[in-house]
Design a protein around this ligand. Structure first.
Ligand SMILES: C[S@@+](CC[C@H](N)C(=O)[O-])C[C@H]1O[C@@H](n2cnc3c(N)ncnc32)[C@H](O)[C@@H]1O
Length: 291
């Protein structure tokens, strides 16, 4: 199917596909990425702040066709549409609920569409896109090598392939604080700490990009401030079951959940009264050029 056909028929394709989400084998992600509004309040709001930095880092040129891999609720596509309004943008994601949410946000923009899809097996023709981008996704893909090779395949020669992943081990303070306190409360939860995920440490994305045969590979940190109006604004989104941290909170007994809440409040506010909080969130970003 040619890209022009794909774009014009995308609304219809999405309408058909949103009723069924893809099951990404063995990941347990079906419920972790299932509630679009909850995700927006939990992590999507930070994706929206990070996305313009990735668009700038990837040097997206207006008028190009752009693929957003693992588009989720649409933060990156929205940033591309703002920076490059003449571009055609397609977002894919296995979560039907996220695809439906993203599509509704762009219902009036014929240049932007979303559909259910898996980065490891994309339906697009070789060399279809000027830029292929992915925000905070490649660490969740079971075969990231396959996904990056697909991203390279669907991108035109001289086009860019770029991605970013939170630095869960050090630079993503909101989640670092969360997991540090979860492990202090229950040492066995260490295995669920997102810092163990692949591709979140300095140099890992760049190695993967070079392995995939991409050229002129550059990796840089991108940092945003995560501003919370109060402790509740920090804590409550963890209760909505989204992402690995939300899934972990859901697995706790009411008593342990309250103990974790108390530890986090003390870690962030000490014995003082509630107040706004500012934490920092660093992601590693990589870009490379298709030979
Ligand atoms: C942390 S969210 C990021 C979503 C969005 N890019 C953002 O920045 O808000 C991770 C996303 O990766 C998607 N995902 C997981 N496995 C995938 C795969 N095999 N192919 C494409 N996307 C995938 C999930 O459904 C989820 O929407």
């Amino acid at each position: 199917m040619s890209l022009s056909l794909s774009v014009t028929s995308c609304a219809a394709v999405s309408a058909l596909l949103v009723v069924c989400a893809l099951h990404v084998e063995g990941t347990g992600q079906d419920s972790m990425f299932s509630e679009a509004r909850a995700y927006e309040h939990f992590m999507g709001r930070w994706s929206r702040d990070l996305a313009p930095l990735l668009v700038r880092f990837a040097a997206v040129r207006d008028g190009q066709t752009v693929l957003d891999v693992g588009a989720g609720t649409g933060a990156l596509s929205t940033a591309v549409a703002a920076a490059a309004p003449a571009s055609r943008i397609i977002g894919i994601d296995p979560s039907g609920a996220y695809v439906a949410f993203a599509q509704a946000q762009h219902a009036k923009n014929g240049h932007v569409s979303f559909e259910v899809g898996d980065a490891q097996h994309m339906r697009f023709d070789t060399a279809s896109f000027g830029h292929t981008l992915s925000l905070l996704v490649v660490n969740f893909i079971p075969d990231a090598r396959k996904a990056v090779s697909e991203m390279r395949r669907v991108t035109k020669p001289k086009g860019t392939v770029a991605a970013a992943v939170w630095d869960y081990g050090e630079g993503m303070e909101m989640l670092r604080v969360f997991w540090d306190e979860a492990i202090a409360l229950q040492p066995a939860s260490d295995k669920k700490d997102e810092r163990h995920m692949a591709l979140c440490r300095r140099g890992e994305l760049a190695s993967l990009w070079r392995e995939a045969g991409l050229q002129d590979v550059v990796e840089e940190p991108l940092t945003i401030a995560t501003r919370f109006a109060s402790f509740d604004d920090y804590w409550t989104p963890f209760l909505a079951k989204q992402g690995p941290a939300g899934a972990y909170v859901t697995s706790l007994s009411a008593e342990d959940r309250e103990a974790l809440r108390g530890r986090l409040r003390h870690r962030l506010l000490g014995d003082g009264p509630d107040r706004p909080l500012v934490l920092h969130a660093r992601a590693w970003a990589v870009r490379g050029v298709v030979p």
